[in-house]
Design a protein around this ligand. Structure first.
Ligand code: S3P
Length: 176
């Protein structure tokens, strides 16, 4: 069983995904972490040294790896991965549910303010996130089986919503 979380940067995919996986005793995988492990460098370094197209190629490869094998898991998919049709097809084919975590841009800006690992937010994060929303919102909507508006919810409440909406229950003997 593959549970996928999508959404813009700062929507809470990684934080929520970790908690959700813990609650369901499933493995948690984050596509950025997978890219970093495989490339042995950080997302910021990959952007700076190899450029965004190479990052996107590595990202698609990482998603392939995460989706094959059939091991049950929660997968947090980095914000830009939906731009590639092949990634969308892969997720649609393999996921039991695809949850779009959404929040207003101002919330995303607040949540991402302190973290410095996102090169695409270095300059004018509000405009950048608004532009990304324009480019990606339809794509999130297209592939999402469920949508959770997270702005007024705690992490636990978001996790609860996902569990309810996707009718999920803990896997006995699952990943610890
Ligand atoms: C990006 C999102 C980031 C990371 C990179 C680019 C994007 O992941 O992959 O900085 O284009 O939206 P998160 O969504 O996990 O922050």
């Amino acid at each position: 069983m593959l549970i996928v979380l999508v959404g813009l940067m700062g929507s809470g995919k990684t934080t929520v995904g970790r908690q959700l996986a813990k609650k369901l005793s499933l493995k948690f995988v984050d596509s950025d972490e997978l890219v970093e492990e495989r490339a042995k460098s950080t997302v910021r370094e990959i952007f700076a040294q190899l450029g965004e197209p190479e990052f996107r190629r590595l990202e698609s490869e990482a998603l392939q790896t995460a989706c094959v094998g059939g091991e049950s898991k929660v997968l947090a998919v980095a914000g830009g991965a939906v731009l590639a049709e092949a990634n969308r097809t892969l997720l649609l084919k393999n996921a039991k549910c695809i949850v779009w975590l959404d929040a207003p841009t101002s919330t995303l800006v607040d949540r991402t303010r302190r973290a410095k690992h996102r090169p695409l937010l270095d300059n004018d994060p509000t405009s950048s996130l608004n532009k990304m929303r324009q480019d990606r919102e339809d794509l999130y909507r297209q592939i999402a089986t469920h949508v959770v508006a997270t702005a007024s919810l705690s992490i636990n409440q978001v996790v609860e919503r996902i569990v309810e909406q996707c009718c999920l229950t803990a896997v006995s003997g699952g990943h610890k």
